[in-house]
Design a protein. Structure first.
Lengths: 287, 273
């Protein structure tokens, strides 16, 4: 490689690399070390081995369980509903543009405002679900959506609402790339609606389903704003996912060590999923 | 292709209504609350009973500085991200060099990383550098977390440009900087627009980063102000609702008017869900 070309490459990438080192590199390095440091005596921390992990050990099973329910409980419905609305919008009909725009809308809204809006919906006094249920005579007393039994379900519903447009858009544009001839040929061969869906649509959507699923999993499992704004992890830890633990260890317990221990666990999961995603993407590119 | 039968049309219409109602409900509820005077706030309403527009004026007076802050952070982050991403994406798309694949993997990694996992240590680092509560520090972090997104979008875009462009420019005696500014930038408008729109909206919507890095209320972006309304001991529901609705106007506006670009961005596989 020519020297001038090498210089060009280095200079072009340098600002990017510097900023990434500053924002991700050093903090990540510090997570890896801080997870094994104790911060009780000094602010600088001294080596304590696995003590931080032993401290959080009892919380791990329940937290992992809640995080898994939160993640899969919101990603799977979001994808199913997203596919449904995409299938509807595949064909032309009057008002289609409005339907697309309205169903894209939640994607624009800041997560913390998603939280505030859903708190209006769930409010026991003026929340619209309770108002409706009472008007219809289905319940006598308001349902406490953010109470201990329902809180996890309620925050999940808010996440489904926000994640649906993403799945919808991915499926919507994937559906437009399926060659129309395949459907026409199937029609000539006498295939019904269900058969066409099963033998043409589904195989053609395999790739997009895989990548959408992975991306939504990664970005859902550490979502912070929605839970923080709606329940703060409560009541009685009912919605305390890994990201809530990281925040509370840091600011309520003032313990960087245990916060980093939780972070490190999350980072390991992220690395594994990213490698899987990377492999899949490269395979698709080659195919 | 095939005409929908009448039952098919009815099923479609019903599903459309259900999905649209679901998408609208939270915003509709916020609208009802925002139009209610505080004394009547606990009254159950299915349709708005009041039209208290004063709430919006009160909310606006409370948050307009924060909206300006959000715009400042978002605009600066957008400009900086684009500036850093264009040359980087160009060499990643056009040249084959040793650590190229590794760079692409690192970019993907940072894109997958949620802010919350690095923010505790980033907070400590900013503390010792005296960068807490600094607007510049905040913009730098916003730039960092959005870089991968823009590089990925531009990378896809630049890959489609013919290499002859560069050769022709070299024959005309263009330097590399001139090539980027005079040749590549003018024809990359759509790619850059998609990236810039997403950085702007992402930065405007960002909440976790300022939650960790800013403590002075006069520097809060809108999202943080909404949260402080949300966490008050006595929640002023009417103000919170009006502030939320005012706050979503910019991103909703952008998403509605640039829908084509948004869909392009989402399907480029570079965008967060």
């Amino acid at each position: 490689m020519k020297r001038s070309q090498r210089r060009k490459i280095i200079l072009s990438l340098l600002p990017l690399v510097l900023i990434l080192c500053f924002v991700y590199g050093y903090p990540l390095l510090r997570v890896c070390t801080s997870a094994f440091l104790g911060f009780t005596g000094s602010a600088k921390g001294q080596f304590v081995g696995l003590k931080n992990f032993i401290l959080i050990k009892n919380d791990i099973p329940k937290t992992v369980m809640i995080t898994l329910i939160w993640t899969f409980g919101s990603v799977i419905p979001a994808m199913v509903f997203g596919l449904m609305i995409a299938m509807i919008c595949k064909e032309n009909f009057r008002g289609k543009k409005a339907v697309v725009a309205i169903n894209l809308l939640p994607y624009a809204i800041p997560l913390i405002i998603v939280a505030s809006c859903w708190r209006f919906v769930y409010n026991p006094d003026f929340g619209i679900i309770n108002v409706l249920l009472k008007k219809l005579g289905l319940v006598e007393n308001s349902i406490t959506f953010l109470g201990i039994d329902m809180a996890l379900f309620s925050v999940i519903l808010a996440r489904v609402w926000r994640a649906m447009p993403f799945a919808f858009m991915n499926y919507y544009s994937a559906l437009t790339t399926i060659p129309q001839e395949q459907y026409e040929q199937a029609c000539i061969d006498g295939a019904g609606t269900i058969q066409r869906f099963w033998y043409i649509t589904i195989p053609n959507l395999k790739a997009i389903t895989g990548s959408t699923f992975i991306v939504l999993i990664v970005w859902t499992f550490l979502v912070f704003d929605i839970i923080f704004g709606m329940t703060g992890g409560g009541p009685v830890n009912a919605t305390k996912t890994i990201s809530m633990h990281i925040y509370q260890e840091m600011f309520s317990m003032k313990n960087l060590g245990t916060a980093s221990a939780w972070s490190l666990i999350a980072i390991l999961v992220l690395v594994v999923i990213t490698i899987i995603y990377w492999k899949i993407m490269n395979k698709e590119e080659k195919a | 292709m095939n005409k929908k039968t009448l039952p098919g049309k009815i099923v479609r219409a019903v599903l459309c209504v259900i999905f649209c109602v679901f998408a609208i409900t939270p915003i509709y509820t916020a609208l009802i609350v925002s139009l209610t005077p505080y004394s009547n706030i606990l009254e159950p309403q299915l349709f708005p009973h009041y039209l208290e527009f004063k709430n919006f004026i009160d909310a606006f007076q409370l948050i307009w500085r924060n909206v300006l802050n959000s715009f400042l952070y978002a605009c600066c982050a957008t400009a900086m991200t684009t500036l850093v991403a264009v040359p980087a994406a160009y060499v990643l798309a056009k040249y084959r060099f040793q650590y190229r694949q590794a760079m692409m993997f690192i970019l993907l990694m940072t894109q997958m990383m949620a802010g919350i996992v690095i923010l505790p240590t980033l907070y400590r680092m900013f503390q010792s550098l005296g960068l807490l509560n600094s607007r510049g520090g905040m913009i730098l972090v916003l730039t960092g977390i959005n870089l991968a997104l823009v590089v990925t979008i531009l990378h896809g875009y630049f890959s489609t440009l013919p290499i002859e462009l560069e050769e022709a420019a070299a024959l005309d005696g263009c330097s590399y900087v001139q090539l980027l500014l005079r040749v590549i930038l003018p024809i990359s408008g759509p790619g850059i627009a998609v990236g810039a729109i997403f950085v702007f909206v992402n930065s405007y919507n960002e909440f976790v980063v300022p939650l960790f890095l800013l403590t002075e209320a006069n520097k809060y972006p809108l999202t943080l102000t909404v949260y402080s309304l949300l966490s008050d001991t006595t929640i002023r529901w009417h103000i919170m609702a009006a502030a939320s609705l005012i706050g979503i106007i910019p991103p909703v506006f952008i998403f509605t008017f640039f829908q084509k670009y948004i869909i392009q961005g989402i399907t480029s596989g570079a965008v967060k869900g």
